[in-house]
Design a protein around this ligand. Structure first.
Ligand SMILES: Nc1ncnc2c1ncn2[C@@H]1O[C@H](COP(=O)(O)OP(=O)(O)OP(=O)(O)O)[C@@H](O)[C@H]1O
Ligand SMILES: [Mg+2]
Length: 168
């Protein structure tokens, strides 16, 4: 179970989150739906200090709304950035993990490509590969459907449709 409890966030006098909570049972997919500007992205990005954030990322991966990437690095290096910060992984293991997660998002062989060579949907999948490279227990997706074709989306998320009854 992943629990987010009683989250508060203000920017100056603007209160964006006022006691926001979310529970995700293990193995389940939960969607939070809301109007633009109501704080969905802020809830996902709500931060800890850097060391605590890095520890948390080993357990919880996240895919941002705008496909985050370093344009001057290859796709493989983009995926490997988090792995290189993790202790105990050899260069060979990192290379194998990068190939493994790129294959999972249906981008086998894309490791040497530059981000500028990719389509919008491919960027999104590189973001997902980055998020799952650390083998987190949970993945938070901001705008999971944006930029992905429905077939890839169903495969990656392991669900064929979004059940409105389960939306939180
Ligand atoms: N760094 C920031 N500084 C100031 N205000 C911010 C900042 N980040 C977000 N906000 C404000 O917080 C509110 C919530 O933003 P957020 O990005 O979480 O919306 P959202 O629910 O994800 O919307 P969308 O569906 O359009 O992605 C908005 O009014 C936004 O302007
Ligand atoms: Mg958003």
């Amino acid at each position: 179970m992943h629990s987010l409890r009683d989250l508060h966030k203000s920017f100056g006098s603007r209160e964006v989150l006022r006691g926001s909570s979310l529970e995700v049972p293990e193995g389940e997919t939960v969607a939070r739906i809301g109007y633009a500007g109501t704080g969905k992205s802020v809830a996902i990005k709500h931060s800890l200090d850097r060391p605590a954030l890095f520890r948390l990322r080993k357990r919880i991966g996240s895919v941002s709304q705008c496909a985050a990437r370093f344009d001057s690095l290859t796709v493989g290096d983009n995926v490997a950035t988090g792995l290189r910060r993790q202790e105990g992984l050899t260069a060979r293991e990192i290379g194998a993990r990068v190939r493994e997660v790129l294959a999972l998002v249906d981008l086998p062989g894309a490791a040497d490509a530059m981000p500028s060579e990719l389509s919008g949907g491919m960027h999104k999948r590189v973001g997902i590969a980055r998020a799952i490279a650390l083998r987190p227990k949970y993945v938070l997706h901001d705008e999971p459907a944006t930029g992905l074709d429905p077939v890839v989306r169903a495969f990656i998320e392991g669900c064929d449709d979004l059940d409105p009854g389960r939306a939180a």
